[in-house]
Design a protein around this ligand. Structure first.
Ligand SMILES: [Zn+2]
Length: 69
């Protein structure tokens, strides 16, 4: 498995462990702290992810988090 952990863009304190491939497929990963769901929903960010998995810093800028009801 190729799991990557990023800082939660919602609470900036928790961390979100995600798998880039699943993220590309529309999977939602949740913050371990606040429970926000993170997904990448636009083509720009998915292209960035495909081109270079090392550029997660950029992905974080395109990713969005919202509370799961
Ligand atoms: Zn969070």
């Amino acid at each position: 498995m190729n799991t990557v952990t990023i800082q939660c863009p919602h609470c900036h304190q928790g961390s979100i462990a995600l798998e880039p491939r699943l993220l590309l497929q529309g999977a939602i990963f949740t913050c371990s702290l606040c429970g926000s769901g993170l997904s990448v929903a636009n083509e720009t960010s998915t292209q960035l992810l495909e081109q270079s998995l090392d550029k997660l810093e950029q992905i974080k800028q395109h990713a969005h988090a919202k509370p799961l009801m």
